[in-house]
Design a binder for this molecule. Structure first.
Ligand code: EPU
Length: 437
């Protein structure tokens, strides 16, 4: 099995270039289904989630052409939804963003079908707000046998006024995509304001849609008849940038994080500064430096512009090495602390009660064999490995590769001692998670 082997304790130095935003890409690729023509997407991250979605579109009849490492052209002129193979559903089950196929198919064809989404397991992940929004736009939606099926009652969706009971990135994306070609005006209130919501609106507008207000809590959409092709460059990934900032905070050193929008990082930078990390903002880069001891702090995750839940595991890994006691409160997901058991194997002292983690910093973490239980949990374990004394083996790296482009190469370029190794699994009775009976 492939694992990462990290020999920790080495400060990071140099420059890392951030890739395009994963959560923008996984919304924009399905949205391309709405476009009759060629969408050229630039700054697309090369990660397994985008690869999976591009393969899904190919099964639907899209022509996908790779121009270079970060640019693809997608031509959805001839996509169809009637004869979709079982192999395609095996792919849609793997990822969360497959539910955006519903909004896009409905907007283009007035009918849709997809599997219930996969993705990271943080406890219950309901889709009631997606269903509420699509129903308000005139669709009949039902879920059975592991599939979501939807059909516009009058053949085409119509505009509506929709209030989201919960701020949801996914529901905001799905409703925006579907409403872009609905008849009339849609107003969505209490929407998510994440940078990738603005990016999706900008993508749709550059393909001929009329979406206003993205980035505020009300989005207004005037439906257009159809979308046309065009070129669009995705924003840089806020969370990937935050992860490298957390890595240098934990391991020490000084790095330049380039191809970022520093404003998107404010919520992360301000917490790192409280922890005694120096951060200097440039136009499209930040310089992050940590020399002295890390200070404890308290963090609560919230929808944007609050501290992102997708940075909670990584920042908690850093706080494991800080002086004093920190309190981390997870404000978005019910169960996002599964990685704590892995950090404990490395000597971290963390107690979790419901959505609150109490972290008592320790002078040193120590290397161990640990698992990535999901994407950001995996990033947290890598960060802990970079700070730890000795060798850390990270297993289940496929989760990390869902969302981080070339993480090993990027960390190596910063001077980290990390490599991907193919080592046989330990016999079961020697594994520390082996339980007799
Ligand atoms: N929720 C509902 N009903 C719904 C939808 C959501 O109650 O219909 C609740 C959820 O249970 C959760 C909260 O609303 O408590 C927020 O969920 P949201 O819909 O915003 O999450 P998501 O769209 O499923 C996206 C990202 C996640 C990120 C969250 C929050 C994608 C593909 N995923 O998920 O990213 O944690 O927003 O920012 O965009 C990651 O990148 O590691 C990741 C998990």
């Amino acid at each position: 099995m492939e694992k990462y082997l990290i020999n920790g304790g080495k400060p990071l130095q140099g420059e890392v270039e951030i890739s395009g935003a994963k959560n923008a890409a996984v919304a924009i690729i399905p949205a391309a289904i709405m476009v009759k023509g060629v969408c050229r997407l630039e700054n697309l991250p090369q990660i397994s989630d985008t690869d999976t979605l591009l393969r899904v579109l190919t099964y639907m009849g899209a022509v996908v052409r790779t121009i270079n490492r970060s640019t693809v052209e997608i031509d959805c002129t001839n996509v169809q939804i009637d004869r979709l193979p079982a192999d395609m559903w095996a792919l849609t089950r793997r990822i969360r963003a497959s539910y955006y196929l519903i909004g896009a198919m409905l907007g283009r064809f007035g009918a849709a079908r997809s599997t219930m989404p996969g993705g990271c397991n943080f406890g219950v992940r309901p889709i009631d707000q997606h269903i509420k929004g699509l129903t308000a736009l005139g669709a009949d939606v039902n879920v059975s046998g592991g599939f979501i099926r939807a059909a516009a009652k009058s053949g085409r969706l119509h505009g509506a006024r929709i209030y989201l009971d919960k701020v949801s990135v996914g529901a905001t994306v799905n409703i925006m995509i579907a409403a872009a070609t609905a008849e009339g005006r849609t107003v969505i209130e209490n929407v998510a304001r994440e940078p990738h919501i603005v990016d999706l609106a900008n993508f749709l507008n550059s393909m001929g849609a009329d979406v206003r207000g993205a980035g505020t809590d009300v989005i207004k959409i005037r439906g257009v008849k159809e979308l046309h092709g065009g070129t669009y460059a995705l924003i840089p990934d806020q969370i990937e940038a935050g992860t490298y900032m957390a890595a240098v905070a934990a391991a020490g050193g000084e790095i330049r994080v380039s191809n970022v929008i520093p404003k998107h990082l404010d919520c992360i930078s301000s917490k790192l500064r409280e922890m005694n990390v120096q951060i200097e903002d440039g136009d499209d880069y930040v310089i992050v430096k940590r020399e002295g001891p890390l200070r404890h702090t308290n963090i609560k995750t919230m929808p944007y512009p609050g501290f992102p839940t997708d940075m909670q595991p990584q920042i908690s890994a850093v706080l494991c090495c800080a002086d004093g006691v920190s309190i981390v409160t997870e404000g978005v997901w019910d169960n996002r602390y599964k990685y704590v058991d892995e950090l404990r194997k490395m000597g971290a002292q963390v107690q979790v009660q419901d959505r609150v983690a109490l972290i008592q910093g320790v002078p040193h973490l120590t290397g161990a064999t640990v698992k990535a239980c999901d994407l950001r949990a995996g990033a947290a374990i890598v960060i802990a490995g970079l700070a730890a004394e000795g060798a850390t083996y990270v297993e289940d790296i496929r989760f990390i590769e869902r969302g981080y482009q070339n993480i090993v190469g990027k960390l190596q370029a910063l001077g980290a001692d990390i490599q991907c190794v193919d080592v046989p699994d330990e016999p079961e009775e020697l594994r520390d998670d082996w339980i007799a009976g």
